[in-house]
Design a protein around this ligand. Structure first.
Ligand code: NAD
Ligand code: WQD
Length: 331
């Protein structure tokens, strides 16, 4: 059985669908601090399969131990965490505690029950402002906000854990910019309040819930002056987790993998693609740069292809189409 922490969240829910479709038995732990219970039924509807669910906080050691006591957990996919960069700057203690303490409790419990295989949700944010693109896994790591620091530290903790005990098998998956939704339109990304991220914001403008997108700067050293990112379909990303689970089950070690498409698109490219997919006008205005943003960020996904046998398949058009389908069904 695979334990999925944060399985009710955006990436976790899509990965649970792919795990169930691939025939894995799963248990989910989530405290719904950034998700909703309805997601669980939607996973059941899509897959026509059932799974165990624990509504609990990973910070609660007794609950985590109970899960390992009641189930034979072969591997863990660890999504649970807080993820808003700006919020992490104003609430650093919450971020360090929630993300790092929960990982320590999880790993201590795994060790206690002899489960030493883990796939961890890291982020391209660990590369900071890279000296060049595309980004390879051996580039230097540098973080500039508490959220990124938690990812960097957890990568370090897990790597040290492997050094201390070579029976561990650890995949550090560095996601680029996940967008899109399941093609059913049942699950997707639906943040509370005003979205921080580009595509959820564009979706709300296209559907008429927000007036106008603010494009954060058009004076970057990029083809059209707006920021360039490696947007990846959440279903592709989820399939990367299946490959990573297979890898950790078959080997030992601690390895980092980029999960991106290898192609960068600008903010205005995404606006155009979304207009095409939705048939709606996306009003935008150019405003100042957002503090902390970088010009360009896209992956070299070659190591993931070579070592995991994974590569992204869906293009930007499909990502926008699936995002729009989810938006009109849910907003
Ligand atoms: P999400 O917020 O949708 O999902 C995280 C889930 O974890 C939520 O359901 C939340 O309720 C749960 N959770 C958080 N803290 C918990 C705790 N202490 N105990 C139990 N449950 C808890 O986020 P997501 O976009 O699905 O991201 C999943 C992971 O991937 C996160 O670790 C995030 O940092 C990482 N990541 C996300 C992105 C992105 O752009 N979405 C990019 C890179 C990395
Ligand atoms: C994308 C581009 C913005 C919103 C963040 C985290 C990163 C990772 C993914 C977790 C940039 C521009 C955005 C808007 C805009 N998360 N933009 N107007 O900043 O690449 O990455 O999410 O690990 O750690 O930092 O993603 O979607 O916020 O921005 O112009 O209203 O869109 O400047 O160029 P980002 P994003």
């Amino acid at each position: 059985m695979i334990l999925v922490t944060g399985g009710a969240g955006f990436i976790g829910s899509h990965t649970c669908v792919e795990l169930l479709d691939a025939g894995y038995e799963i248990a989910i732990i989530d405290n719904f601090c950034n998700s909703r219970p309805e997601v669980l039924d939607k996973i059941r509807t899509i897959t026509k399969k059932d799974f165990k669910f624990y509504e609990a906080d990973l910070l609660c050691r007794e609950k985590v131990e109970q899960i390992f006591e009641e189930n034979k957990i072969d591997a863990v996919i660890h999504f649970a965490g807080l993820k808003a960069v700006g919020e992490s700057v104003s609430m650093p203690l919450e971020y360090y505690n929630n993300n790092i303490t929960s990982t320590l409790i999880l790993c201590q419990t795994m060790a206690k029950y002899g489960c030493k295989k883990i796939v961890f949700s890291s982020s391209a944010t660990v590369y900071g402002d890279p000296a060049s693109v595309p980004i390879k896994e051996d580039f230097p790591l540098h973080t500039t906000n508490p959220y990124g620091a938690t990812k960097h530290m957890i990568e370090r903790i897990l790597t040290d854990l492997y050094v201390s005990d070579n029976e561990w098998s650890i995949a550090l998956l560095r996601y680029f910019n996940p967008i899109g939704a399941h093609e059913s339109g049942l699950i997707g990304e639906n943040p509370n309040g005003i979205p921080n991220n580009l595509v959820p914001y564009i979706a709300r403008v296209a559907v008429g819930k927000l007036e106008c997108l603010s494009v954060f700067g058009d004076d970057y050293n990029t083809p059209d002056g707006t920021g360039v990112r490696d947007y990846i379909h959440v279903v592709d990303l989820s399939l990367g987790h299946i490959k990573a689970v297979e890898k950790v089950m078959a080997t030992t070690g601690a390895h980092a993998y980029n999960l991106g498409t290898g192609t960068g698109y600008s903010v205005l490219d995404v606006v155009k693609a979304y207009e095409k997919a939705s048939g709606k006008k996306v009003n935008y205005k150019i405003v100042d740069r957002r503090p902390g943003d970088i010009a360009m960020c896209y992956a070299d996904p070659e190591k993931s292809k070579r070592e995991l046998g994974w590569e992204a398949k869906f293009d930007l058009e499909r990502m926008c189409k699936d995002s729009w389908n989810f938006t009109i069904n849910n907003m």
